[in-house]
Design a protein around this ligand. Structure first.
Ligand code: GTP
Length: 265
């Protein structure tokens, strides 16, 4: 008995150490910090939408991520609602606006602008519900018809705590994700919180990387253009010839400031 307790303790400590080393050095998920809801200075602001069948746990995932609580009862979402999650990654403050919508068809006509300017869509199914997995195709079509082509798409298998009721094997969902070229797949439990916040941190990091890449490309374009035109610029960046911003950047304080400086005609 005593030795069992020692072994369990050792395994837990080892897990804890490995997890911390992984989160510190892993490229895919760098260290992050959840900031208070009152934080007002953001470097980037992204809209994330959650879609999927009714009852799969979209609202619970949203509430777990933003309030760290669990709703043990079912109240169908009517229309949509959104909550903010503010994360600091790589020194940048990122505001995720997480939009939760109703899975029930009868409410869907209430949705206006739900998809508008979404950077990332999360399709949620429930691991104990085959129909919700079969309907992923339908939700992919919805995304395709209503959003920008380069939107990021995640797939979440929720309710992973319902071990005995599982109908959808992890491997099957992983395969589906690879075949369809989705950006990320993970199983979560809104009930016990497993993988929930990490998934949103992963999303924030992915979107941040995209934005930084985009900013760099634009800065390089500006430099090339300056050289070609040999124009006097007074240290002021002109964005006249920069293509439209991708819609995955809703608000970027820095680039907004730079845009306002259109002083170099
Ligand atoms: P609609 O608003 O109709 O689209 O449903 P929804 O997808 O938002 O589902 P909701 O979050 O309301 O959750 C539905 C039911 O599943 C509730 O009774 C939750 O308590 C339960 N539930 C949600 N997430 C989990 C989970 O991770 N594990 C378990 N065991 N139950 C969950």
């Amino acid at each position: 008995m005593f030795y069992n307790i020692i072994i369990i303790l050792c395994v837990k400590i080892l897990n804890y150490i490995i997890f911390n080393i992984m989160s510190e050095y892993s490229d895919s998920l760098p260290k992050y910090e959840i900031l208070s809801e009152e934080t007002t200075n953001f470097d980037f602001n992204y809209k994330i939408i959650l879609i999927g069948d009714s009852n799969v746990g979209k609202s619970c995932l949203t509430v777990r991520a933003t309030k760290n609580t669990f709703l043990n009862f079912y109240t169908p979402t009517v229309g949509f609602e959104f909550f903010n999650l503010i994360i600091n990654i790589k020194g940048k403050n990122i505001k995720l606006q997480i939009w939760d919508t109703c899975g029930q068809e009868k409410f869907r006509s209430l949705i206006n602008n739900f998809y508008h300017k979404a950077s990332l869509a999360i399709i949620v199914y429930s691991i104990d519900n085959e129909k919700s997995f079969e309907h992923i195709e339908h939700w992919l079509n919805e995304i395709k018809s209503n959003t920008i082509p380069d939107i990021k798409i995640f797939l979440i298998g929720n309710k992973m705590d319902l071990v005995d009721l599982r109908k959808i094997k992890t491997e099957k969902a992983k395969r589906f994700c690879e075949e369809r070229g989705l950006d990320y797949f993970i199983e979560t439990s809104a009930k016990n919180g497993e993988n929930v916040i990490n998934t949103f941190a992963y999303a924030a990091n992915l979107l941040l990387e995209e934005s930084l890449k985009y900013q760099k490309i634009n800065k390089d374009k500006v430099k090339i253009n300056e050289n070609i035109n040999n124009k006097k610029t007074d240290n002021c960046l002109s964005f006249d010839y920069v293509e439209d911003e991708p819609r995955n950047i809703i608000l970027d304080n820095n680039s907004t400031k730079e845009k306002k400086k259109k002083c170099c005609k």
